[in-house]
Design a protein around this ligand. Structure first.
Ligand SMILES: Nc1nc2c(ncn2[C@@H]2O[C@H](COP(=O)(O)OP(=O)(O)OP(=O)(O)O)[C@@H](O)[C@H]2O)c(=O)[nH]1
Ligand SMILES: [Mg+2]
Length: 265
């Protein structure tokens, strides 16, 4: 795989709810790619993270200090994180210098635990647009244990739709922590993603008519959205599915093919 010489390396934004496995997956996929001879670099855009299992090319914590912001501005942790992302935007030129010198084939971008910081606040959108000049895509992480309950699955599906609506980028749905649930649970989640009637049926079986009618109507709005490809089942612990994730990334970024949702933007 070689990078298009006139363009900068593509970026895969790893996005998901708090604790869904973003940092672990960023680390696993980057390690895996490097072992395959692909020059992948991790980027940490989470100013609040304490420990990273990878060595990032760019680390948000080098530019903003959440704890310092809490002290000097008298803010709580969430407000300080919001301000951190806005302040990080002021460092785009410094960070761009590092990108300009990088020979990476791919940037894998770990995003903040609080999904709204990157996906819904303007600072996150500015960072996504101005920091990364190559093609972009999203890996949206769905925690297998959390999403094995039908209504958790539905809320996560709509959260994914909300993220998609902000970026309109090719989106790979990645089920994480497969090692923590049974094979039957994985099969069930896979079916929910690929055949919406199965999630509607399960909601009908478990919940009252009101919830069932809501889900039935609400889920109808989902098929036209771009992210509903088959989900990729992964575990950062066992490395299950990392090769499938690589195949998806490769299809979006490196073969120049049109994706199901149009060319990568
Ligand atoms: N068993 C198992 N545990 C996992 C896996 N991926 C992540 N974890 C665990 O889940 C917890 C959260 O993982 P992280 O990678 O920090 O998740 P995150 O989405 O980056 O978390 P925040 O940045 O805080 O939102 C940690 O305890 C991880 O060890 C996995 O594939 N299998
Ligand atoms: Mg993290």
């Amino acid at each position: 795989m070689s990078k298009n010489k006139v363009e900068e390396a593509p970026a895969l934004f790893v996005i998901g709810t708090a604790g869904s496995g973003k940092t672990s997956l960023t680390s696993s996929i980057v390690d895996w790619l490097i072992r395959k001879g692909i020059n992948a670099e991790a980027i940490n855009l989470d100013p609040g993270v304490e420990f990273l299992p990878y060595e990032p090319l760019i680390d948000a914590r080098d530019y903003v200090d959440v704890y310092e912001i809490m002290r000097t501005e008298g803010l709580g942790p969430n407000s300080a994180l919001i301000l951190s992302i806005d302040l990080l935007v002021d460092h785009i030129d410094e960070m761009r210098k590092i990108f300009n010198e990088s020979t990476a084939d791919l940037f894998v971008v770990d995003t903040p635990g609080q999904i709204e910081l990157f996906a819904f606040r303007s600072g996150g959108l500015v960072l996504a647009e101005e920091l990364f000049r190559g093609n972009k895509a999203i890996a949206y992480l769905v925690d297998a244990a959390f999403s094995s309950e039908p209504m958790n699955f539905i809320s996560n599906l709509f959260l994914e739709a909300a993220v998609y609506s902000r970026f309109l980028l090719p989106t790979i749905t990645v089920v994480t922590k497969a090692d923590l649930v049974s094979e039957d649970t994985i099969k069930k989640i896979f079916k929910w993603f690929t055949n919406k009637e199965t999630i509607i049926d399960d909601v009908r079986r478990i919940y009252d008519a009101e919830k069932y009618l809501y889900v039935k109507n609400a889920v109808k709005s989902i098929p036209s959205l771009g992210f509903l490809e088959k989900p990729i089942i992964t575990s950062s612990k066992t490395l299950e599915g990392i090769i499938d994730l690589y195949a998806s990334i490769s299809r979006i970024f490196f073969r120049g093919e049109e994706t199901k949702y149009g060319p990568p933007s």
